[in-house]
Ligand binder design. Structure first.
Ligand SMILES: Nc1nc2c(ncn2[C@@H]2O[C@H](COP(=O)(O)OP(=O)(O)OP(=O)(O)O)[C@@H](O)[C@H]2O)c(=O)[nH]1
Ligand SMILES: [Mg+2]
Length: 288
């Protein structure tokens, strides 16, 4: 997950002095990399002040200050995936249409399955028959269990059945796929709340991760949606997908600044192994 803020690095590397021109270009590069305007202005101002205070004149040194600042923003994040005190550990996966929920579930399932865990996928996106079949194909590829019902079944009932089955089968990880149709539809949020409640009742604790999938290529448009999911179920972590494509990565900083929900996982392709743990260090270093 490199190349995120490549342009930002370029602005700082190509210059000999820190002047208003450079600061303007830096701000612009940050905005182009999907850092929100407010945050770009704030970061640039802070850096300029700090450079002046500490008599930093070398643009390269400014890059180092920025890297440290980024580290400070991200290193307070708890990026570990929480597991349950009793089996099954349960992840509820959320997000709007097409962000990569189902693919991400397959990647996470593959990861835990490869590590020797008994994994179950749950087709609680019952809105479209194709969604259930898609999850089934992934389950077969991964070689893990799948719990499904007929299309249009009550998603909370599917989740309930799955957790019952998981308990008798000794499943270690249950991953629940959910529908992503538009967040403006109040009933999607109601449905997610209901699934969340059923999971909590069955587990005796909330789902260990309420994982919001966000598509990095949509930039800041995802932020409002994220807030709505967060309000509905209390998101515990974000998986940022499609960082291999045209995404510019500054969205990571915007998420940190505006949502304060840790990014825990990163999707870097369409294949099962295209999953990475988020690393603040690696991200900050990608400035260079
Ligand atoms: N390049 C790239 N493509 C991805 C990544 N994750 C998912 N995709 C692609 O994004 C598209 C949508 O993925 P899905 O997993 O079906 O998304 P979804 O959120 O389940 O979509 P719905 O069920 O329709 O709401 C597919 O073409 C995936 O291959 C990623 O990390 N990188
Ligand atoms: Mg899906």
């Amino acid at each position: 997950m490199l190349k995120f803020l490549e342009k930002v690095g370029k602005v700082l590397r190509g210059r000999s002095i820190i002047d208003d021109d450079l600061l303007e270009d830096l701000e612009e590069a940050l905005i182009q990399a999907d850092v929100s305007v407010g945050l770009a202005v704030k970061l640039t101002q802070e850096l300029a002040e700090r450079a002046e205070r500490e008599h930093v004149t070398d643009p390269e040194a400014l890059a180092d200050l920025l890297r440290k600042r980024v580290m400070r923003m991200l290193s307070q994040w708890d990026t570990t995936l929480h597991t349950g005190t009793t089996a099954p550990t349960t992840f509820l996966v959320l997000g709007v249409n097409g962000v990569g929920k189902t693919t991400s579930i397959a990647k996470i399932a593959h990861w835990y399955h490869s590590a020797g865990n008994k994994v179950m996928m749950v087709a609680a996106d019952t809105f479209r028959a194709a969604a259930i079949d898609q999850l089934q194909v992934w389950a077969e590829r991964v070689g893990c269990d799948l719990v499904r019902q007929q299309p249009n079944a009550d998603p909370a009932a599917v989740a309930f059945d799955a957790l019952q089955a998981a308990k008798t089968r000794g499943t270690q990880l249950v991953i629940i796929d959910t529908a992503g149709r538009l967040h403006t539809k109040v009933n999607l949020m109601e449905e997610l709340r209901k699934i969340n409640r059923v999971v909590e009742r069955e587990l005796g604790r909330p789902a260990d991760e309420r994982l919001l999938i966000m598509d990095a290529t949509t930039g800041q448009n995802g932020l409002n949606q994220a807030r709505q999911f967060h309000e509905a179920v209390g998101v515990t972590g974000i998986m940022l997908t499609k960082l291999d494509s045209t995404a510019k990565g500054g969205i990571v900083l915007t998420i940190a600044d505006e949502l304060g929900i840790p990014i825990k996982l990163v999707g870097v392709g369409e294949k099962l192994h295209d999953l990475q743990l988020f690393s603040a260090q690696e991200f900050a270093n990608s400035l260079f």
